[in-house]
Ligand binder design. Structure first.
Ligand SMILES: [Zn+2]
Length: 241
């Protein structure tokens, strides 16, 4: 039974299978250009590297390479922390590409080029794979359908990837413009950039986005307590140490 509508691991796997069954090849931004029956999977990792690894394993098991864009200025993870480095290296070892997810609101426009190059360098160091591509976190309108390259990095919001390919996104944990496999581009076999966020897909059960974020919050709380215990001997009132 096709259950591609479900936002869980099985639903995601089925979605990819439906693409493959319809003759689509999965490509990465650095190797191929938009062409009929090509799908470029992009993941923006705003929240959780562990969820990214879960989805990366699932894709690798289906023989698929995807592109993972890492938020170097993330409030929820630190790319140089031991577990994060291990997660990034796992993504690379599974055959995926690692790009920069750049938060444009973090810098003044005049400093943007410098900041992008600096953060791409950090990411290359942490992941052990040269960072050659980027996506914008909360992009400014003028950056959409703009240049295909920024500071020598492939820009996935460039015209090539937003106009020459159809763009489909699961932002907010829903397909705002309908299921990808029901879109005209898919039916016609056109090139597709498929943006998904592993946070919405990484569990066995389908969970509503607001519950998903509640679960994430609880996990972050536990991680923070463990971090405090590992880095300080000061006891916190009401928390066992
Ligand atoms: Zn983002």
């Amino acid at each position: 039974m096709f259950v591609g509508y479900q936002f869980n691991k099985e639903g995601y796997s089925n979605l990819l299978s439906t693409f493959a069954e319809n003759g689509y090849r999965f490509e990465t931004f650095d190797i191929s250009n938009p062409a009929p029956k090509t799908c470029f999977i992009r993941h923006d990792i705003d929240f959780d590297l562990d969820a990214a690894v879960t989805i990366a394993k699932l894709e690798a098991a289906q023989g698929i390479s995807a592109s993972y864009f890492i938020l170097t200025s993330a409030p929820f993870y630190n790319i140089f922390e031991q577990n994060s480095v291990a997660a990034l290296r796992k993504l690379a070892s599974l055959g995926h590409k690692i790009g920069l997810h750049y938060d444009v609101t973090q810098t003044h426009e005049s400093d943007m080029d410098k900041a992008i190059l600096k953060e791409a360098g950090w990411l290359s160091n942490a992941s052990g794979q040269k960072c050659e591509m980027m996506s914008f976190h909360r992009p400014l309108k003028e950056l959409l359908r703009g240049p295909d390259e920024i500071c020598g990095l492939i820009s996935t919001y460039g015209k090539k990837w937003m106009v020459d390919a159809a763009y489909m996104s699961d932002s907010t944990g829903a397909w705002r413009f309908g299921m990808p496999t029901e879109q005209e581009a898919f039916i016609n076999g056109g090139p597709i950039q498929l943006l998904t966020h592993p946070i919405w897909w990484h569990s066995e059960e389908e969970v509503a986005p607001e519950i998903r974020l509640r679960e994430f919050l609880e996990m972050q709380y536990a991680r923070t307590i463990s971090g405090i215990k590992g880095n300080s001997t000061v006891a916190i009132d009401g928390i066992e140490g």
